[in-house]
Design a protein around this ligand. Structure first.
Ligand SMILES: NC(=O)c1ccc[n+]([C@@H]2O[C@H](COP(=O)([O-])OP(=O)(O)OC[C@H]3O[C@@H](n4cnc5c(N)ncnc54)[C@H](OP(=O)(O)O)[C@@H]3O)[C@@H](O)[C@H]2O)c1
Length: 277
């Protein structure tokens, strides 16, 4: 197939591009690195020329925090909806949207709400789109993986409250396998949470990443009161878009879902984390 892949220069996009090419697909990459900016692609007309002779579309553009030039509304909603409207006009047979776990009816953060708006558009459209909602994605090329690995190496780490927020990280290979499977099965409208085999409390996840890096002494932690963390994030957001109170709320909400639907779709369980050790 000839596939248009947005976010092709990102962690997930790069890994997907290699896997798609290894499967014999050709890929048209879209990202600023390839000369395409979502800020300029907010109408279906802007997308139509890029979709010439494309059989499948995968949208993997996303940001975790907003800046003056990068907004959730444009990057997660306006430009993707314009892309999918163009897909409708051309009757593109395969459409896959990389959304995020939590972009559901309980969503409250601007990040999740902007993703859900696009997912809702797709669910109502004529496209038989596969909407994949990954939890935290683990992979050595991932920024969050590198950040958490660095945190896990520290002699002592401050955790939100008791660090008992529940997460269910998924390995990048399981996400890629899900995308490939969705491409290779007859199109059917689907919203699938893409989560890992095991749940971890955030504290236990850092402990796992510590063991993964060969550090045997247990992680030492101290508790950061949640109101203090929220106040810090209120100020910190001016230094980094990541340090936003929304990020704290997202972590507090947890990041987990049932794994059984993914197991049924893949025909196997997701990767067992112990194998990484
Ligand atoms: N990583 C995770 O744990 C995780 C979990 C759940 C959901 N997701 C979702 O998965 C998707 C991919 O995430 P990722 O981890 O691969 O993120 P990433 O490494 O930060 O990659 C983001 C991609 O978006 C592109 N991009 C950003 N701004 C753009 C713009 N204005 N115009 C065009 N392209 C733009 C970037 O390319 P340029 O910088 O070259 O433009 C890059 O290719 C996102 O939608 C994210 O929300 C990720």
């Amino acid at each position: 197939m000839h596939i248009l892949l947005t976010g092709a220069s990102g962690f997930i996009g790069q890994t997907l591009m290699q896997a798609l090419q290894a499967q014999g697909h050709t890929v048209k990459p879209i990202a600023r690195r390839y000369g395409y900016d979502f800020n300029q692609l907010t109408t279906a007309d802007a997308w139509l020329p890029l979709l010439d002779s494309i059989d499948g579309v995968i949208n993997s553009v996303g940001i975790i925090g907003q800046t003056r030039t990068q907004s959730f509304q444009v990057l997660h909603t306006q430009a993707p909806i314009a892309l999918f409207k163009a897909c409708e006009q051309l009757n593109i047979g395969k459409v896959i949207q990389i959304s995020a776990l939590g972009a559901d009816s309980a969503a409250r953060s601007a990040y999740h709400l902007s993703k859900r708006q696009t997912d809702d558009f797709l669910r109502a459209s004529i496209l038989n789109a596969a909407i994949l909602r990954p939890s935290l994605v683990y992979g050595d090329k991932g920024d969050s993986t590198q950040l958490f690995k660095r945190l896990a190496r520290l002699p002592i780490v401050g955790l939100l409250g008791k660090g008992d927020q529940i997460i269910r990280p998924v390995h990048i290979n399981d996400l890629v396998a899900t995308v490939i499977k969705a491409l290779n099965t007859p199109p059917q409208p689907m919203t699938l949470d893409v989560v890992g085999r095991q749940e971890f409390a955030f504290r236990a996840w850092l402990q796992f990443l510590r063991r993964l890096q060969g550090i045997t002494q247990p992680l030492r932690t101290f508790s950061v009161p949640i109101p203090l963390a929220l106040a810090g994030a209120q100020l910190g957001q001016f230094a980094s878009p990541l340090l936003h109170p929304d990020s704290i709320h997202m972590l507090l909400r947890g990041n987990s879902a049932e794994v059984q639907p993914l197991t049924a779709f893949l025909g196997r369980e997701p990767l067992d984390w112990e194998t990484l050790l």
